[in-house]
Write a protein that binds this ligand. Structure first.
Ligand code: HPA
Length: 234
């Protein structure tokens, strides 16, 4: 079966798909954590794998960067491949005093400057939120392993390089961090009656720039986030 962006058998994906932005990170998760990972999609180099983790069948596929990209992949997985849960595992910037590089943010809600939700023609502003069951399980898992984590709002920006500035204004409203995908993912889950959660590891801080580390140094905290997502996969 082929959709415009995924060429895979109908049953090729598990009920739960972990979704990093980067295709190489998808490959890393599959090869590091999954037993017998099988490559199920490679259209545009967007690696999708299915394998087992602690006896559960789990898939992992990249989203690409930005809301249009995750909008496409999550829509096709939910709608045409019977996927029930998508757990984004990404990186984010933080503009909150209490949040440090390598911390984990569980995105309870996603604010955005993007236009994704305009397609629903709602007579007001839609508030994209995580699935509470997945959020609760992720929080419990963070507690169990002693991860540094926060739960709250995230800002899904449509521009990484933004002429108007860094988006710091969102911090005034208690928003914890900035990334580029969660709001569209949460919109698709809501519209299609599915579940989604975004777990982010803070890769850079606007408040504590001295903490910013290299890609390799951050790998360990990304690994922790991936294990949280895998352990809560249903
Ligand atoms: N902005 C947007 N997306 C990001 C950032 C950021 O600063 N850091 C990691 N993903």
């Amino acid at each position: 079966m082929a959709t415009p962006h995924i060429a895979a058998e109908k049953g090729a994906f598990a009920k739960t798909v972990l979704m990093p932005g980067d295709p190489l990170r998808s490959e890393f998760i599959a090869k590091t954590f999954l037993e017998n990972p099988v490559l199920v999609n490679d259209v545009r180099g967007v690696h999708g794998y299915t394998g087992t983790y602690k006896g559960k069948t789990v898939s992992v596929m990249a989203s690409g960067m930005g809301q249009p990209s995750i909008g496409i992949y999550s829509y096709e997985l939910y709608s045409f491949f019977d996927v029930e849960n998508i757990i984004r595992v990404g990186s984010c910037g933080s503009f909150h005093e209490s949040i440090h590089v390598r911390d984990i943010i569980l995105a309870m809600g996603a604010c955005t400057n993007g236009n994704y939700a305009s397609q629903y023609r709602l007579p007001g502003t839609f508030c994209p939120i995580a699935d509470f069951g997945l959020l609760k399980k992720a929080a419990e898992e963070c507690e169990r392993i002693g991860a540094r984590y926060s739960i709250g709002n995230i800002f899904s920006s449509d521009s990484f390089y933004d002429d108007a500035g860094s988006g710091m204004e969102w911090a005034k409203m208690g928003v914890l961090g900035v990334e580029m995908e969660s709001a569209a993912l949460y919109c698709n889950a809501a519209r299609l009656g599915k579940k989604a959660l975004c777990i982010c590891t803070v890769s850079d801080s606007l408040i504590h720039p001295e903490e910013n580390t290299t890609a390799e140094e951050r790998q360990k905290s990304f690994t922790q986030m991936m294990e949280i997502a895998l352990n809560i996969a249903e």
